[in-house]
Write a new protein. Structure first.
Length: 217
């Protein structure tokens, strides 16, 4: 059987054409960038003999490629931080009351959609605190800022508020699926707040003034 000689360049090009077929996954942007750089470096090195200036020119080109990669990575990181900041607001574009968020949370929980249930229940907590004037509504407030502000207003629930914020951030930005125990904790916090009533400082005694809330009988 006759043999077919394939040089290095032809083999590399054939491999690239094969990998570019639709049947293969495209991979992440980072993976695509690395493949492009690998292909570029391969072409620069394989063409070293024909490049004017020889290996000195190749070294300069490789240095320029390295600088371009560093700049691209910094720009990408800055863009990711900017996008993360834009997406970190606690509430979405549709305004809902605490009762509506609470109902949506219970519906999601009934379907086992814990990430959605946690998000809506934390939003119910936040909206309830705004509706009862415990917190002043702040556009763009994040879950972390909610925990901080509510912890100052209600020190006795600071730990629960921090846990709720962590649960919200995990399912919203950490790409975690959420689970029933995390949802139940947030739901318990929400019910606890519903059974409490804010009291003005002049209406509270020394013990009650510690957190500004009394239980509704």
């Amino acid at each position: 059987m006759p043999t077919i000689d394939i040089d290095r360049d032809a083999a590399h090009d054939a491999a690239q054409r094969e990998l570019n077929k639709p049947i293969y996954p495209r991979g992440s942007l980072t993976d695509q960038l690395m493949r492009w750089l690998d292909d570029l470096v391969f072409k620069i090195i394989s063409g070293g003999a024909s490049v004017p200036g020889g290996w000195l020119t190749i070294a300069v080109l490789l240095a320029l490629v390295a600088v371009a990669v560093v700049v691209a990575v910094r720009v990408a990181r800055r863009t990711m931080r900017t996008n993360r900041g834009r997406q970190s607001a606690l509430f979405g574009s549709v305004e809902m009351s605490s009762a509506e968020h609470r109902a949506a949370a219970e519906q999601s929980a009934a379907r086992g959609e814990w990430a959605s249930a946690i998000r809506h229940r934390v939003r119910a907590v936040a909206r309830h605190l705004e509706e009862t004037a415990v917190l002043i509504p702040v556009p763009g407030r994040t879950a972390t800022e909610l925990a901080r502000d509510a912890g100052r207003a209600i020190p006795g629930l600071a730990g629960e508020m921090r846990y709720a914020a962590v649960a919200f951030n995990d399912v919203t930005y950490g790409e975690r699926p959420g689970d029933e125990p995390a949802y139940r904790m947030v739901a318990d916090l929400d019910r606890h707040l519903l059974n409490q009533a804010p009291r003005l400082p002049m209406e509270t005694g020394p013990a009650e003034a510690a957190d500004g809330w009394v239980e509704v009988k």
